[in-house]
Design a protein around this ligand. Structure first.
Ligand SMILES: [Zn+2]
Length: 212
């Protein structure tokens, strides 16, 4: 894993699911990129949400700096909640993957109540079909009848402070019910306990290549 691309549907997805892992990989010499597919714009009275594009973008820039991640500016950004599989967008990603010689891609798991996440999975896994490693993550806690059952864990005990700092770059409206960030870190602690380390992030790979 030397050249890595992490793709999320929304600006905070990658940090929620993989900030510690990306920080670890970056600190150990990998070149790590982040790309976001939608503008994040969400307005909901019921959910007390008013998420804006510009503030999300600024938060993401700050978070990437903390994590040692290079953010790619998406020239084909889509409207939040309207992300669909799109051949032109897939080919745009394919070009980013080839141009940057990406060997490893992180993106959403294919089963999710958030349909932007599902579309993101389809677009990214198609574009990355020639990559050596394709690894999925879950950035939310929605229950579906095909739940996320991870089998690949990364010890992020040394990166947990930077993960917390990166999440804190996002405005309060990203921290759903005032508890999304905190419960994510708690989940990292539980996954860490299962692996006899302090904190871990959890993934479900589609494919992994061990180089001989
Ligand atoms: Zn999301």
């Amino acid at each position: 894993m030397k050249k890595i691309l992490a793709v999320g549907a929304h600006f905070d997805d990658v940090e929620l699911a993989a900030a510690g892992t990306l920080n670890y990989l970056s600190k150990n010499g990998a070149k790590v990129f982040k790309l976001t597919l939608t503008d994040n714009v969400t307005k909901s009275k019921n959910l007390k949400l008013n998420v804006k594009f510009n503030s999300s973008k600024k938060s993401s820039q700050k978070a990437c700096k903390i994590l040692g991640v290079n953010e790619i500016q998406n020239k084909m950004i889509k409207k939040c909640t309207f992300l669909k599989y799109d051949t032109v967008l897939m080919q745009y990603l394919e070009k980013i993957i080839y141009d940057n010689k990406i060997d490893t891609v992180f993106t959403h798991y294919n089963e999710d109540a958030n349909k932007d996440h599902v579309a993101c999975h389809e677009i990214v896994t198609t574009a990355a079909r020639h990559c050596q490693n394709i690894i999925t993550f879950k950035s939310n806690f929605y229950i579906t009848n095909k739940n996320f059952s991870p089998n690949f864990f990364v010890d992020i005990s040394k990166n947990i402070e930077n993960k917390i700092k990166s999440l804190n770059c996002y405005h309060q409206e990203h921290n759903r019910n005032n508890s999304l960030f905190e419960s994510t870190i708690e989940r990292n602690r539980v996954w860490g306990m299962s692996n006899h380390v302090k904190y871990a992030e959890a993934f479900l790979p589609i494919k992994l290549l061990q180089k001989g």
